[in-house]
Each structure stands twice: as C-alpha cells, then as structure tokens.
Design a binder for this molecule. Structure first.
Ligand SMILES: Cc1cc2nc3c(=O)[nH]c(=O)nc-3n(C[C@H](O)[C@H](O)[C@H](O)COP(=O)(O)OP(=O)(O)OC[C@H]3O[C@@H](n4cnc5c(N)ncnc54)[C@H](O)[C@@H]3O)c2cc1C
Ligand code: SF4
Ligand code: SF4
Length: 1024
C-alpha cells in the first residue's frame, strides 16, 4: 500500500482544502487512480475530459475534480472512502448531478452513485416502506412500486434523473409537498459511512444504540444549549432546507418531521449535502398512489391577487389538496406562442389572466373530489373573483396542462444570448400571508438591477421559483450579490427561509450563517467536526463555504475564451445577445462568438440533466445503453465546451477540438435529434456532430467507410447495374468477414440489397413538370436514394396512393440530366462532408424552387432525407430559397393527414379496403423530433378497421450507417433491444409499419420481421 500523502485536511484549512488538492493534484491523481484501480472493481475516470464532465452540475459553478470514481457496488464505495482518507483526498458524492447550487462540484474525488449503486433492497408493502441504494432514480423506484399501488411521493420536477441519495442530500421537495412534505418528512432511516468508515445505522433516536446513540445525544445537547437561538433564528416555514437539521430535537417546522413527534436521527443527514456521511442506503416512507385527481384552474386579473389568494386556497380540500402551482403571464404567453401547447393552455384560460393557479385535489374517487372543486369556485366568488375557475375533471386535460407548466420553464431556459435565467434566490420560502408582498417587492428589486424574473411553481408552500436574467460572463456576479442581499432582507422581513428547496451548495452556503446567526452556525461546524473530523466529505460546503460570487469557481470564470472557428454550418442564430428585460435578441451573428455561434450553441447546455431520462422515445439513446456521462447529451456538450475553451488538459484548444477525445464523446451519438426535440435549452447534438466531423475529418482524413457511405447517392446508379455481383457479399460465406476488414461494415450485418430494376431506371408514369405546375391538385414527389434504389416499391406505392387520391403527382428530377437522381445531402452530412452536402442540397433547391414558390407540396418518404430540407438545409447558406422549400416540404403521411383534415381525401378513403391485422408503428427518430409521428397514425386510421398502436421506442439503433459499422454493432443492437425489438416480437402477427429505411433493416435483422413503409400499406389496401 502506498504511504499516505502529506496533505493535511483539517478544520482550520477547510476552505483551502480544494486549493491544496488542486495544487498537488497531478501527484495525488496518479496514485489515487492506481489505488482505486487495484483495490476496487469500479470505473476510474481521471482523464481531463472525464474530470471536466464532472466539474459542473445544473448551477453556474465549475470546479475540476481530482478524478471521478464510478463504484460498482457498496464495498467499492467503502474502499474508495478508505483510500481517500488514507491519501487525504476529499470526496464529493454525486447522484444525477442536477443540483442547482453547486453541491456536486468540488476538487476532490467525485463518486458517481447513479450508474451502478441503484438497487431496491427491500419493499415492505404492508408497512409501506422501501429500502433503496442511493443511486436509484425516483421514477425508476416509482415504476417498480406501481404494481403495489404505492409510490414515493416527493415528486421533484427532475424525477426522471434525480437519485434518492441526491434527493436526501438536498432535502428535496416536490410539487405536492403540501400534502406529503419534503424528503425529511419521508425518510425513515439511513445507513451511512462517516469519513472514518464507521457505518452509522440512523433511525428512531429512542431505539438507537452505539455510535448512533452517542451522536444523537450530542445533537440533543447542542439543541438544548441553543434552544433560545433556535427559537429566535430558525425559520418556521416547512420549506426550510438550509443548514443541518439541528431542530430534530427542537422542532421548528410548521410540519413536524415525524407523524408522532418523535426524533429520527436519519433526518440529520437529510439536507446535509454529502458533508456529514456517505449514504449507503435509505429507508423510505411510501404512500398510496392516489386513485383520482381533479384540477381547478383559477384565473386572476393581477399577479398580486393570485399570490394573495394562495393563503386561502390551501385551507380547502379537507386533506385532499395536493398542489397549488403558479403559472404567470410570461409563461402563459410563451405557451400560447407554441403551437403544440396553445390549445391546452387556451382551454385553461378565461380571458387574459395575469396568472393562473393550478389547484389539484387527490383522493379515492372523482366523485369524492368534485365538492372540493365546487368549494374552490365558491371561495373565488368570496374573493370577488366569481366564474374564474376552469374545472378539469378528466385525466387527459389535467396531464396536458401539467406538461405545459413544465414546458413553459423549458422555453424560458432556451433564451439565446449570454444573459441567462440564473438560480441563486430561486427558492426562497415565505409564509403565505406575505407571498404577494414578497413577490411584488422582489420584482421591484429585479427592475432596479435591469433584470426581470418569471415566477412559477409552488404557491401552496410559499416557494416560488424565479430566476433573474444575468450575464455571468460580464457584470452578472456583482449583480447577483446585490440582488441576493436585497432578497435576503425581504426574506428576513417576512420571516421566511432563504433556502427553501434546492439546497445551499456554493450559491447559498455563505447565507447559512446569515440565516441562523453565529451561534447556530458554530453548532453546524461542531456537527461537521464530530461526524467528519478530518473534513474529508465535501469540504468547504455548508461549513466554511466560499463566497457565492467567487468568479473563479464559475463556469464562465474570468479569462474564459473560445477559439475562433470557421464553421461549416450557419450557427449565427445562436451568436446573439439579449435584453434581460424584454428578452429580445440582437441580430444573428452579432453576439461576438469567435466560433461564429457554434460555441454559444454548445454553451446552451446548462447541465440540468434532462437528457438522463430513461423513457423510451426520448433522448438520449446511447446514454440509455451505456449509462456513461460521456455518452450523454450533457457530457457531449460539456466535452465540446471544454475543448473549444481550451480546458481539456494541456492541449491547445484548436487541437483539443479536433482530438480523439471529442470524437470518442460524440462517437455513439446516433444523430437521432432526440435532444433537438427534448432538450429544454435546445442543444442539437446531431447538428453539432456534423460540424465537429467536418473539422475532425478535414484534419484526420476520411476512411473508406466514410466515402462509401457519403458517396452512395453518386455511385448508386452504376452500382445498381452490378447488383448481382455486389450482393454476393451477403451470399458467399466468408465474404462479409473479408469485406469487414477494409470497409468497416460489420460481418454480422446484412447490407441493403442492390436491385437492377429501380424506381429511377424504370419510373412509373407520372405527371410532367408542366402538368403539375398547371394542375388543380398538384403534388411533387421527392424520391431519395434509398427508396429509389433499394426499396423502389415504396416510391411506386406512394405515387400510386397520391394518384388514387386524385393528385397530379410529378416526380422531381434534376435540372441537369446527368443520369443521377436528386439528393438532400444527408449521407454526406453524416460523414462530415458538409461542402459536398451543400452542393447536393443546392441542386435540390434549384430543382424544387419553382414548385415551392407556387405553394406546391413537396412530399418525401425517407424521414431523414425529407426532414433535412426543414433542418440542416436551412443552415447551409442556401438563402431564402431553402426556407421557401422547407415551407412546402412534407412527409408523405404529413401531406395526407393535412389533406384529410381539409376533407380532401374522401375519394381515397372510399377506395381503401379494411385491414384485419393489428398494426404496430415504429416512428423514425427524425419523425419524432419534428412531431411527425401522429400524422402516420392519422393516415393509418383512414384504413377501415385499422387500430394502429405506437411502439414506445426511441432510436432503433441503426441510425443511417451507424448500426452497420463494426465498432457500433453491439451498441446498435442494445439500443434496438431496449424496447423496439421486444415490442415487435410480442405481436408476431401484427403488420409492422416503419418509415425509416434503416429502422426496417434493423427490425429485419433483429426480429426477422418485414416492416413496411406506410405508403406500401396504403397502396396494398387500395381497391382496384
Ligand atoms: C430543471 C430542474 C428542476 C428541479 N426541480 C426540483 C424540484 O422540483 N424539487 C427539488 O427539490 N429540487 C429540484 N431540482 C434540484 C435537483 O434536481 C434535486 O435537488 C435533486 O433531488 C438532486 O438529485 P441528484 O441525484 O441530481 O443529486 P446530486 O445533484 O447529484 O446531489 C445532490 C446532493 O446530494 C449529495 N449526495 C448524492 N449522493 C450521495 C450519497 N450517496 N451520500 C451522501 N450524499 C450524497 C451530493 O453531494 C449533493 O450534495 C431541480 C433541478 C433542475 C435542474
Ligand atoms: S444537453 Fe440539454 S437536457 Fe442535457 S443537460 Fe444539457 S441542457 Fe439539459
Ligand atoms: S442526437 Fe440522439 S444520440 Fe445524439 S446526443 Fe442527441 S439524443 Fe443523444
């Protein structure tokens, strides 16, 4: 065993601990990594990129850790603890890393519990308790509990990412805390290691013994000694999460921590933010899943009246009130501007309210709850707001409205420019009777500092979220302090809690002493000293914290600079500045980004962790397979940001950007555009990968595989003539294996089969250019490489259906006849050949413009090709013409759904024969990203008897050429096995519809089933 390092981390040096570690980190890091690798089974991640990816959370801060450790089991955590103690290296425990205040950033060893330490140890249905490991995600726990009719009811907004260990660390609170309380109210016990590796068994004090009992006695003596100070200084509101829970022995919260008033020592750990002990397991109090919910949406003419009404509304419901959530005018406006959300929000509005409150009642049956809705209406009448309540009794509208409430915040977070909504006073809690005055006064404070805030969230418990817009690269830090100081005065005036939901971390640590006074603050230091005398666990947090506005600890620290880049795509839309009050942005390209907007697009990632979702159909499929931070949209954006700003080790930024480190992080990105659709701030990694590949390949060169994939549209016409020869690869044993060596395509894969007779060389009869331009029902069909060469039946079927529906259909051809077909450039983009892609796109624009200018729909079949016209082609410098074409470009099913809605498809419907079989639909990723899946369902429903069922799947794993490649084969199959292939196998007799060429191939390879394009099914059902 190595000798301990001479680093002493004592209480006195606490605030310097990170600096010390950083100074000697090279020496420490090497030895630490070696010991972790030899003494544990965990993953040891010490590269500059790995450390950088764990240097941030959802806060404004950034601190480089010495290294990252991903334990595989609890004994690994204990071993890492022993090693760190031995070497004097601080530990920063971490779950999903979604903290908003910098709780999970620090210069020690970050221990990531989320990847492996996530077992449910026990569920006792009768007692309604569960024991879990700290890395389990709340949604995953609740999914497992559902079958028992139970759930863990601390429903944080980040339920899809937040781990129970992290929730306990922060004393997290959900939207329904008025009914269920915070974490502290729902934790029954904890096992945790102190920095001396003592395993504490923390639970009811009365039943405690040994070191837990001693600890309890000590805390009790502190609480007794400080009783007058606690009485005087401790906020009485339920939403107080700052400091340690010294009040377990002197209850101050308006909601007692335990139902019977007893003391539970586990509550000491809740909200301690990893500074007292490492949680090994938690015992949780579960609740019965509510059987029914109803929602009353109260419309207010002024924001003030909404705030004022909250104190009266919370008295309703006889215990069935579960939420009172605020949506303010700004959020209403944002939702109204979004076509997807506008109908839902409109259905909740009466006139033009300044704010709405979503008032939810939950109980055994809707009938039981209806009287509460009636009473809500009466109350509003008493408050001189008669007829102000929209009642939502059915589940679907309620669910939709909750989605809008969440999405409103997302739209707010997507503000382009350097000014961003910043978390630092976003969760102050004040007693409800002061809510109106408090929000009014704080709004004034924002105005004074040239900013504004949008208010939302938990009106029921006096915790409203608000983030003033600040530019943290310029004058943000001093403004942040000034606003914080004024906000704190208001909190004091109204006897509230400065830290009411998200924890202390770096941005509120220094306010602990302000909130509790020097005596209690000293007691907190004493608790830390008792439990962690060597200050090993997250030093410099909670006790002796740094200043909130220490810019050296920030992501955009002084000196942050990005390298100049000549971008291949047009990123100028991101290169803007904004006005913090009006939120208006400056002209594209005026933001001062040396990387022409690319860096600012990358920096849009604020690390909120939304991409760590595991739901099928959302981002990020590669992360779902590997669970590695590196393979997460967040990890990729961070890698790019670090590279562009010269923070990847000693490498020069220009070299770092085109390095294999960045390539590795982006390698498993399948370009599904899931992030484009789901990321709250609009991080579009698929497009970023194209930009990166352009630079990377320019430096490192293109492989044969790149060329074979990219240039497929160019050689397809002569390759089809050699079809029998080329198809031998999949017929002669050994040939696939042989070709794998030099092409890089996996021998385990079949390749698309070449055809001698194709749609292009034997096109069916269609209208001429002149005919379509003169027609009353015109449509132009764009046939791509894949449907034109490999699956010509799809293109022929589409033409047949369009003609049967009475359209004059013209198949688009090149302006210059060179024997080749039109191409969107997709395959070139996928290989990083942006210039070649632009040339293809330019030809396409020239060919299609005359039709688009006449308002004629341009219909395509392959989602990734057609949707390129609505996406990448707009950032290729093709001018207004590209936008004109994008405005007319529709997928086959989008076109038919549009026409059906306009009542124009009755003749077609009359010709469709009924279908008997079940129909399963797999949506292509790009269809999902562009909201183009429901039109397929609508079109399928035109067929009599059809009851299409959407498979809850995300990327099929094939993603263009990705899944064919040897290096990606395994990951590709794992992606397919996540949900798509099992769903297909489950219904052996169903017709499987999939519009993506590669999706169909994957289904054939993985489930041995022939999936078909929707156009084929429609054509098959046509009566002669
Ligand atoms: C968009 C957004 C919305 C949010 N909404 C809410 C909300 O509705 N309610 C709410 O309360 N919070 C909310 N948060 C904050 C955050 O998501 C929660 O605090 C969440 O519970 C943190 O979980 P995590 O797994 O990401 O923990 P992390 O951020 O990884 O860690 C949280 C704390 O726990 C400590 N910790 C983690 N594991 C251990 C362990 N094994 N032992 C000891 N300490 C440990 C960490 O050191 C850290 O101090 C939100 C954040 C974002 C970005
Ligand atoms: S990529 Fe998007 S979803 Fe993921 S952490 Fe960044 S901002 Fe959040
Ligand atoms: S494009 Fe898809 S795979 Fe790539 S980062 Fe986004 S969600 Fe993940």
């Amino acid at each position: 065993m190595n000798a301990p390092l001479p680093l002493k981390v004592t209480q006195e040096t606490a605030t310097h601990a990170y600096d010390n570690v950083a100074r000697i980190s090279n020496e420490v890091a090497g030895r630490l990594a070696a010991r972790l690798a030899s003494d544990t089974r965990g993953e040891v991640l010490f590269s500059a990129a790995d450390r950088g990816r764990y240097a941030t959370d959802a806060s404004i801060y950034q601190v480089m850790p010495v290294g990252v450790f991903v334990p595989r089991s609890a004994p690994d955590v204990k071993a890492a603890l022993d090693i760190c103690r031995d070497m004097g290296v601080p530990i920063v425990p971490r779950g999903g890393g979604t903290s908003q205040c910098g709780q999970t950033v620090g210069a020690g060893l970050v221990i990531d519990h989320a990847k492996h330490i996530r077992n449910i140890i026990d569920v006792d249905v009768d007692k309604r308790t569960a024991e879990v490991e700290p890395g389990i995600v709340l949604d995953h726990l609740n999914a497992a509990l559902k079958k028992h009719g139970l759930w863990y009811p601390v429903d944080v907004s980040t339920s899809a990412q937040a781990t129970l260990g992290g929730m306990a660390g922060n004393n997290s609170c959900g939207s329904r805390s008025i009914a269920y309380g915070n974490m502290v109210h729902n934790v029954l016990g904890a096992q945790a290691w102190t920095s001396g590796s003592q395993l504490l068994q923390l639970g009811p004090y009365a039943a405690s013994s040994g070191n837990a009992r001693e600890l309890g006695n000590y805390i009790r003596s502190l609480a007794e000694e400080l009783h007058p100070a606690i009485k005087r200084m401790w906020p009485k509101v339920m939403r107080r999460v700052g400091g340690y829970n010294l009040d377990i022995f002197d209850p101050q919260s308006e909601r007692p921590y335990t139902a019977d008033g007893s003391v539970n020592l586990a509550h000491l750990l809740v909200g301690s933010e990893g500074t007292l002990a490492l949680t090994k397991s938690l015992t949780l109090q579960l609740a019965e899943l509510p059987k029914a919910k109803v929602l009353g949406v109260v419309n207010f003419p002024t924001f003030y009246r909404a705030m004022d009404a909250a104190q009266h509304i919370v008295k309703l419901g006889d215990g069935s009130l579960t939420a009172v959530e605020l949506v303010d005018r700004t959020m209403i406006e944002l939702s109204l501007q979004n076509p997807a959300f506008a109908p839902t929000i409109r259905s909740a509005l009466i006139g033009q309210p300044a704010a709405i409150l979503l008032v939810e009642f939950s109980g055994a049956s809707k009938a039981d709850l209806l009287p509460h809705l009636k009473r809500l209406g009466e109350l509003m009448g008493d408050l001189l707001l008669p007829d102000s309540v929209v009642e939502m009794v059915d589940d679907a509208p309620q669910k939709n409205l909750w989605e809008v409430r969440k999405a409103g915040l997302n739209i707010m977070m997507s503000l382009k420019g350097d000014g961003k909504p910043v978390s630092f006073i976003e969760d102050c809690a004040v007693p409800l009777e002061h809510l109106a005055e408090y929000t009014d006064a704080l709004t004034e404070v924002f105005r004074k500092y040239g900013s504004k805030g949008t208010w939302y969230a938990h009106a029921s418990v006096g915790t409203l979220h608000v983030r003033p817009i600040l530019d943290m690269r310029r004058e943000g830090a001093p403004k942040m302090r000034a606003i914080a100081e004024e906000a704190s005065e208001l909190v004091r005036k109204f006897k509230g809690a400065y830290s009411g939901e998200h924890g202390d971390g770096l941005c509120r640590g220094e306010w602990i002493q302000w909130q509790f006074g020097p005596q209690i603050n000293a007691a907190f230091a004493a608790i830390k000293q008792t439990m962690d005398p060597i200050n090993l666990l997250s030093p410099g947090r909670m006790v002796n914290p740094p200043k909130m506005d220490d810019t050296r600890l920030m992501r955009f620290a002084p000196g942050y600079k990005v390298i100049p880049i000549q971008t291949a795509l047009d990123w100028r839309a991101w290169d803007v500045q904004n006005d913090p009050v009006t939120e208006l942005t400056s002209a594209p390209g005026s933001g001062g980004d040396p990387a022409q907007g690319f860096a600012k697009a990358v920096e849009m990632c604020n690390n909120n962790g939304h991409c760590r979702k595991f739901d099928a159909g959302t981002m990020c499929p590669s992360y779902r397979v590997t669970r590695d931070e590196q393979h997460l949209t967040r990890g990729r954006a961070n890698t790019l940001r670090l590279a562009l700003s010269g923070q990847l080790g000693g490498m020069h930024a220009a070299d770092a950007f085109t390095s294999d480190i960045v390539k590795d992080a982006l390698d498993l990105c399948v370009g599904c555009k899931g992030c484009k659709r789901d990321c709250p701030t609009g991080v579009d990694m698929a497009k970023m990968k194209v930009e990166f590949l352009h630079h990377y390949k320019a430096k490192h060169g293109y492989t044969l595989k790149d060329k074979l994939v990219a240039r497929l549209p160019d050689y397809a016409h002569w390759a089809s003539r050699l079809a029998p020869l080329l198809n031998l690869r999949d017929k002669i044993p050994g040939l696939a294996a042989l070709s794998e060596r030099f092409t890089g395509f996996s021998a385990k894969r079949s390749l698309p089969q070449w055809k001698t007779r194709t749609f292009f060389n034997h096109p069916p009869v269609s209208a001429t250019r002149e005919e379509v331009l003169a027609a009353s029902k015109p449509v132009v069909l764009f046939v791509d490489t894949f449907n034109g060469h490999f699956e010509s039946d799809n293109a022929a079927s589409a033409l047949k259906v369009l003609q049967a529906a009475g359209y004059t259909a013209h198949v688009a051809i090149k302006n210059v006849a060179d024997g080749k077909h039109l191409c969107c450039g997709r395959t070139y983009l996928a290989s990083g050949m942006v210039d070649a892609a632009k040339a293809k796109a330019s030809e396409l624009v020239d060919a299609l413009l005359p039709f688009a200018e006449r308002g004629i729909a341009i219909v395509g079949l392959e989602p990734s090709c057609l949707l390129t016209m609505r996406d990448e082609m707009l950032v290729m410098g093709l001018g207004e013409a590209a936008h004109t074409i994008a405005g007319q470009a529709l997928l086959f099913e989008e076109f038919l759904a549009r026409e059906a809605a306009a009542g124009l498809l009755d003749p077609l419907k009359a010709r469709l024969q009924p279908v008997e079989q079940a129909i399963l639909l797999h949506g292509h990723c790009h269809q999902k990203a562009f909201g183009a899946v429901s039109p397929i369902l609508e079109v399928l429903r035109l067929i009599p008897g059809a009851k299409p069922e959407l498979i809850e799947s995300s990327c099929c794993g094939m993603a263009g050429s990705f899944g064919y490649e040897t290096s990606h084969y395994e990951v590709s199959m794992q992606m397919a096995e996540l949900s798509l292939l099992p769903a297909v196998r489950q219904q052996p007799d169903a017709i499987v519809v999939a519009d993506g060429t590669s999706c169909r191939h994957q289904i054939r390879d993985g489930a041995q089933r022939e999936a078909i394009h929707v156009a084929v099914l429609m054509a098959q059902q046509l009566r002669a």
